[in-house]
Design a protein around this ligand. Sequence first.
Ligand code: ARG
Length: 450
Amino acid sequence: MFRTVKETARAVAPVAKRAASSNVSQSTSSSSSSNIALAAAGVAAVTALTSMNENKKAMCAVEPVDMAILKELAEIKKVLANLDPTSKILGQIEAGLAANPDMIMSKHFDLSYYNSLSDGLKARLLACCKSGAENHDSGVGVYAMQPSDYDDLKPYFDKVIRDYHKIPNEVKHVTNWDLATVADRLPAGGKLDLTKLGLGVTSMRVRVGRNLASYPLPGAMTKEDRLNMESDMVKVFKELIEDPAYGGNYYSLTPGSPYEVSEKFYQYLVKSHIMFKDMAADTYLASAGIASSWPFGRGCYVSADKGFIVWVGEEDHLRIMCMKKATVLNDVFDRLKSACDTMERICGNFAHSKSYGYVTSCPTNLGTGMRASVHIKIPKLTAGGSDAKAKAVARPLGLSIRGMGGEHTPIGADGTVDISPSARLQIQEAEIICALYEGIKNLMEEEKKA
Ligand code: ARG
């Protein structure tokens, strides 16, 4: 993004100094805004140098730096960060690149693209990048704030999306749940029966992330938006509760809601893996604004048989899921499809992008928004309590491995893991469920060999 840090520091020092001494945040002339951009580059350079300085090993690889310039820029940076929050976040993005060169957000952040945008789009882009700017250990580091961000900021997001999803050319996503179209990959009769793979009753779950087209995405929602969206969803849940195929209850975390549950009951729901955890504890979500106004507008619907659950107000407006302890994968897949159709008919269209399919807050979930998983025991591949071997075997099979408590949780002591096909975008829903079945088969064979 920048030239070498040393060159950048030299180039921007005089301009940065001028910008800092003439109160830049007050000025609107275009030459001042280019001063801000240059000053921001200076800030970024200083931040990058500072973080390299902290890392002695990295320091050895860096050319010797003119310490006088470094000191001067550090002073300027302090002044500018107070004057202009934009400089601060640009500096954080650049520092993120130095600290973690693999982070997708900062890797693709191009200052000349940023500078070519209108003020409105600049602010929108920075809001999307805030999580990675503040959390340098992010793998991705970017969340959309509006359903239209993916299309309005396409030159940036397309690079992010294609990098994460490993799509070399233009993304062409097709939505298709029809298992008849993948009949050649299904066993005769079309049933994905796990007993045929030597498994017994297995815990299986399929979820999709969905967002209502009529609200900003969770990172940009006001408290009022969150409350209104929850009220809209309560109308949907009332219809489901009336329907004998669903029944059940809605549990709200919103203080004062007629559906509000006690803290104790909420904790019970979390322990039972029915409800999501306190999002404020997730620093990525907190930085993105997704966890804001917690716990207002948050809740979850649970069907009478507990096999169909809808989270309201987590990373996406809705996480819609079907789970069952059973042997045939089609059961959860078919039920989810019909439940999504029923919900969309009542609550209005889900946000959808022509290029990227269903819109989700995180670019990792775009496309199908689907994660289809089962819990299986692979004690040999997880021997010694480490999931490293299992992950190494699973990756080329197109599978992701998680602990039983969800993302970033440890594997079970008995070697039970949660496996799911990794692909979400430019893959069809029907293909994901086939990939899960084939993945289980392949992973079980690897377990036998291990
Ligand atoms: N923002 C986090 C990161 O970049 C999480 C990304 C994927 N997980 C998710 N729940 N969207 O590391």
